[in-house]
Design a protein around this ligand. Structure first.
Ligand SMILES: [Fe+2]
Length: 180
């Protein structure tokens, strides 16, 4: 469940409050409980997954993909599995931990682990959003944001794409607020 963290140190887990604040910059957040069958739980608890295991887990949540295809024209999905033993993890994450945007929506359904998005409001104010299992988020194209894993170093998320070529980060060179 999501947690919103403000630069003055305060925070909230109140979902309607978080949803309203995100809606102000066009972002959708939904609570979609992660799959809970014994096999899904087993896969979600593993650090690394083979391609076949990723497909198995994707299959368990393809009802969501069907909804998104109908709702907004998403065409492909894959699963990203990050953990502390991936070679080059820091370099990979280093592409996204500075303020950037994409020309396609950034759509993630977190099924295990956690991570942190940072967002910029219209007045320049910045806040962070901790996302964890059960959080679906749609960050629209051209929305300034950043993403880090924080201390956890583990996340499993489904990525949904309209057009994967829009996935390259475009850096806006805006300075990030200090969240301590
Ligand atoms: Fe991004």
């Amino acid at each position: 469940m999501a947690r919103m963290i403000f630069s003055n140190g305060s925070e909230t887990r109140d979902l309607p409050v978080i949803q309203r604040r995100l809606a102000g910059i066009g972002i959708t957040l939904r609570h979609w409980p992660e799959p809970a069958t014994p096999r899904a739980r087993e896969l979600l608890a593993m650090a690394a997954l083979s391609d076949a295991e990723k497909e198995e887990l994707l299959g368990a949540v393809d009802n969501r993909f069907e909804e998104l295809k109908k709702e907004a024209g998403y065409t492909t999905r894959d699963m990203i599995v990050l953990h502390e033993d991936i070679p080059g993890l820091a370099d990979m994450l280093g592409k996204f931990d500075k303020i950037h945007l994409h020309t396609d929506d950034e759509v993630r359904y977190i099924v295990a682990g956690k991570g942190y998005f940072g967002f910029v409001e219209k007045d320049g104010n910045q806040f962070m959003l901790e996302v964890s299992a059960g959080d679906y988020i749609n960050v629209p194209a051209n929305t300034e944001h950043w993403f880090t894993l924080g201390d956890s170093k583990r996340i499993k998320a489904v990525r949904y794409f309209i057009d994967t070529s829009g996935w390259t980060p475009v850096y806006t060179k805006r300075a990030m607020a200090n969240f301590g």
